[in-house]
Write a new protein. Sequence first.
Length: 394
Amino acid sequence: MSDTQGSGDPPISSFDLAPGLIDFYSSQAELMLAQYENISRLLGPTTHGTPSGDLCENLLKGVLRRFLPSTWSVDKGYFYGRSQLEGKDTHCPEIDILVHDTHTFLPLSRTGDFVIVRPQSVRAMIQVKRTFSARQVEDGLRNVIQAKQQLVDVLLMEQRKDHPGWAGSNVLPSVFTGVVGFAGQVGRNLEFYRTSLLKWHKKHRIHDRDKPTQSSMYVLPSFIGSLNKFFLFLDGRGNTINQHYLAFDSEHNMERVSPKRSTIGGKPHHVKKNICIQALLAKMYNVIGGEVSGMPPFAFPPGLGFFDEFSVLRFEISLNLEKGTAILHRNDGWNAQYRREDGPMKDQVHVVCDLKGTISSTRLLRTDITPQELFIKRDMQNGSIVERYTRETT
């Protein structure tokens, strides 16, 4: 017992529970993949896809029901309400996995696992894909992005009717959305995902409002990925400015030493552990946030890191030091020109120019996406200086 431990405190165990948690969650993913593959073997080659497609939904529903609060239901269906989408008056698209609060809001209609629920009850919307080809990913993105957009629109209409719940607040609802696949994956070049997400952000600008806030970035999904390849994990709970994604391999190599050999100097061996399901659950709880208590424990492998990352919006920077000008070109078409000026400095830097003239942006430019002032750090032989550039009006 340590000196800091009180006499009435329970003894502290030295046993590490983390490896068991990692194994446990990995087994959930492996079991789902094995069940999917067994059905595929029994059916043989098919172009129809419906039986195994339904199986994928049911397998993922089963996992979510085991790990989400009992006050939530995991079903398939729609939320109630209509709005204008792409110039048409329509209801929301069918949602493969609809997680909704049944403690506060009973479904309007239920037939088995098929429901129509009140929009205020929605907690998560997931599109499930048997294979993760480019066409299937696009289809899944379309479904969850349009569904989340319509959820915002319907709730805003409810607000105007002075209904309670989220509709009575100017804060966008904390709702998780994702696209999950079982087999295959678009290549590890993430440009496909960035291009697609940027396209949907630009397309949904038509729905942006000043109140409660702009939603075209908010409607992008929190999680996109395949159980057996890799997944995109939203950095943070999400925002309305510029979503940032981290890319992780679904399977992670871990070093393990057999318990029987650990006491005699056994050499470690490598084992693969699937982290995708655990990451999906962790991100769901992260996005939904304070509404959830009693989150299950999670443990990720030591040394786990993402293999790539990207922000949906990014800049190209043109800097002319002799003329004291800078131009920002954003990949959604926004541009601005800046001129160097004297003035008060701030403890922030948007752009760094090193001794070789290489220009790079900082994390600040990820969130300050329409800066009125640019602070540029220049590395020099005898140190570095920060210069202030002011945006020119046209």
